[in-house]
Design a protein around this ligand. Sequence first.
Ligand code: IVH
Length: 669
Amino acid sequence: MAKNIEKEIAKLRDEIRHHEHRYYVLDDPEISDFKFDKLMHRLQELERQHPEFVAPDSPTQRVGGEPAAEFPQVRHPAPMLSLDNTYSVDELRDFDRRVRELAGRAKVEYVAELKLDGLSMALTYEDGALVRGVTRGDGEVGEEVTANVKTIRSVPLRVEAKKLDLIGPPARFEVRGEVIMTRKAFEQTNAQREAAGEQKFANPRNAAAGSMRQLDPRIVAERKLDMYLYYLQVNGVEPLGEHAQALATLAKLGFKVNPYWRLCRTFDDLLAYIQQWETKRHGLDYEIDGIVIKVNNTRLWQELGTTAKSPRWAVAYKYPARQATTRVRDIRAQVGRTGTLTPVADLEPVDVGGVTVSHATLHNMDEIERLGVKIGDTVLIQRAGEVIPQVVKVVKHAPDGREFVMPPKCPACGGEVHRAEGEVAYRCVNAACPARLKESLLYFAGRRAMNIDGLGEALVDQLVDKGLVHDVADLYSLTHKQLADLERMGDKSAQNLLDEIANSKQAELARVIFALGIRFVGERTGQLLADHFGSLDRLAKASEEELLEAEEVGPRVAEAIQEFFHEKRNRDVIEKLRKAGLQFEQKRARKAEGKLAGKQFVLTGTLPTCSRDEATRLIEEAGGRVMGSVSKRTDYVVVGADPGSKLDKARSLGVPTLDEAGLMKLLGK
Ligand code: IVH
């Protein structure tokens, strides 16, 4: 009996590993999500019944355990080197000449790869199982972050030992590669952080590195990191003779290998590759900061050796960054929605890759200190992707440079400024601060909140400066005349805006909760709170214990909610919003009967024939509920084309998925 169970478990694990590889590594699934989920469920069930068979490399063990207290320091068996950079074709020619001279050959073949902009990581496998993931650290000693690495779905927890015969049967081998965050995952992460009133990540690389430093693997799992491998070593050396072969072997072993590497037989091949990716890189879903060029013959690696920090057999070619130098005219504090004061550098306008830049964010006081920047200094700034320009470093200190001090009073309203213990940010505590009000209005009207189209910055400035709006609720008493009299507004735009404002009254409770701008309450938490409490009044009255019972609400969020509703000013605004007619109750009545009574659904992606509204209506008519986000309590996720992160979440929680046909079947249609 036990033997049979053990066998079934082993078989299930192999199957699941195979399909994870198809899905996460090759991006080419063979079975439906529904079938995959069934396999996962079965395995989870068997492991629950037979905990004696649970193994650390089981596909069920990706996200587990308690937050770590700290990361142990681990010495790399062979140092993790960095690369020398080249910035021009001439420098690259010098590299090629040096290599050929040192190797004593007229011609050397190279492998060109994309230089992924993430953080490098070494993974150790013993007897086929992933046993350790270590960050680069200082190259000699890194931090062990195994639990975090395991949450990366494209990293195999086990590789097939049989395939290792390709390189002999080492009991232990090491692979190295780059952990990255895709642009899409980066945007999602930042949207969540913004909603939570948390500091946004400056770029995907920082987001990936910051995520890996998280002590709680459950948070890392939500960040959707990915990892590409580019280095295989056994006993400290690449064992295959050719780097191209090593890449192919890594892929055969089941690792994700970036598919765009090329074998370049001539220097012209290299140049063509570099040129091709100079423009093509912008179309990738992840950022690269150059090209890596490696000698293909790995026997030559030993001959060429390394300098103190980098190998002589490889080099990076960096694309000219979108950077420029300019002078800091001033540094001022900008007030955000939550009252956070962000230091912003006013710059002498400068062209950076075709865009005139006159401001750059300095993030916070710690960053100013780190950069050592003063007013009057000449700085290097850069624009990366769509994010706000940033100051990279000080190029030249001004002899009379003035230090920036955070103003003790809010620059917008003169109110008190506080820095809470243990926080980096300074905040204006005046809830009526006009700068905060403007940001709050933009947030309230945002697409993911009340979705009032047309209420942009220029308009908000006028509404606040002319004293027409003192809080978000005042939007609902604006008149046609008031709006039509504003600059750049005519009769028609005034009417459109009034219509938009009126329409927003229909927004569901979840959106209303989100739009209020309670600290730490983002879109998802807004939805969970709406589902749990069913009305704004119940949420407002909830005790700390009651709040903590709601899904994903911890002490920090509970406290923020209580503080929010405790504030008299907020309560007054809420009363005005109630009078205006906003939805304070969960709109949809829950049917106690029907085929889907009590079942929770989540929709993601575009269904082939049914619109989202229609699918929602059908499910609700049958007594089911449609939720905005996937949780342990979700019964089914209905998946259409181009599904979002909800599908990943469903998979990680083992929630069954359906396609449209499957949903119709459930509905008996
Ligand atoms: S090879 C000694 N290949 O770039 C060999 N590195 O600036 C070093 N990187 O620390 C690594 N993509 O984090 C290599 N295809 C690639 C890479 C790559 C990104 C990173 C890696 C390394 C840094 C060096």
